[in-house]
Ligand binder design. Structure first.
Ligand code: UDH
Length: 277
């Protein structure tokens, strides 16, 4: 081949094969606990994660590029556990990924859904991600066969949480940890506080899930945050999902970035998302 062809091949990684469906380094069930304080020094020193929390496997080319979006305010300890447990898992899963912690500034009610939409928009400014995993900061899978990637249908990952006796609380549940491709997200116009799993079926999608063994997770116990009460209107709002879906979401998103910082294991983007109406 011509020299230029060889160079192109090296640059685009064409010489590496696509990563296999079943990553070979997976361990299955894992030991995860939140009783002792964890240290991140070793993980940082290892140097496998690039600044901003980016990683891609050396041995193969990942099938998808995944942005992991975490809504955040005042949970520094939980963030430590998340980074400590999740980086090694995601690496064994041979994912090409980036970790985005989206921090709500100010003292208004916490708005998880809006932070997810902000994370989607901000991650796309950085790279051409094709899959988005939306994760609460306090839920860790305890089986690494639960892959943080996108499927043909929107994927619910946190199906069997210890807090709920390792059972699915109800069939439409989609919170905790979920994965949607860019295409799936655009179909529902992103997340809204007004609907969860329900919006998916209105757009002809269903929920894909791992089984209750592979889908086991542990949740960090904590008190409810003061500025995050249960939404008393959630049931009435849910019934307006169909009307609201196309108006309220990614296409109507407005916010401003207060600061953006790449630390060794994640990117933190602090945002002003405004006050509730
Ligand atoms: N979150 C924050 N800060 C907050 C509120 C929420 O970072 O002040 C994020 C965090 O990623 C959390 C996620 O939003 O995992 C979802 O929060 P949630 O509204 O689902 O509530 P949480 O996981 O559980 O905090 C609420 C029930 C706790 C009751 C405990 C009673 N013993």
């Amino acid at each position: 081949p011509f020299a230029t062809e060889v160079i192109t091949e090296i640059v685009t990684n064409q010489s590496l094969e696509i990563c296999p469906e079943n990553p070979p380094q997976l361990k299955g069930p894992l030991h995860v606990e939140f009783s002792s304080v964890v240290k991140l020094d070793k993980l940082i020193e290892e140097g496998s994660v690039s600044p901003g929390g980016r990683f891609r496997p050396k041995e193969c080319v990942s099938q998808q590029k995944v942005a992991i979006i975490i809504p955040f305010r005042d949970r520094e300890l939980h963030l430590k556990y998340w980074l400590y447990y999740m980086h090694p898992i995601l690496q064994r899963q041979q994912l090409d990924y980036g970790v985005y912690v989206i921090e709500q500034t100010g003292a208004d009610l916490f708005n998880r859904a809006k932070l997810f939409n902000v994370g989607y928009a901000e991650a796309l400014k950085e790279d051409n991600y094709d899959c988005f995993v939306f994760s609460d900061i306090d839920i860790i899978p305890i089986d690494d066969r639960n892959l943080y990637k996108c499927y043909d249908q929107p994927r619910h990952l946190s199906v069997a949480i210890d807090k709920f006796n390792f059972q699915l609380p109800y069939p439409q549940i989609f919170g905790g940890i979920s994965a949607l491709s860019k295409e799936q997200l655009l179909k529902i116009n992103g997340f809204s506080n007004n609907y969860w799993g329900w919006g998916l079926s209105f757009r002809g999608m269903s929920i894909s899930r791992p089984d209750l063994m592979i889908g086991r997770c542990k949740m960090i116990q904590h008190e409810r945050d003061k500025l995050n009460p249960p939404n008393p209107q959630r049931m009435t709002q849910l019934s307006h999902t169909i009307e609201m879906m196309d108006k309220d979401g990614i296409n109507s998103l407005s916010y401003s970035v207060v600061s953006s910082e790449k630390s060794s294991l994640y990117t933190r983007i602090s945002v002003n998302i405004g006050s509730p109406p």
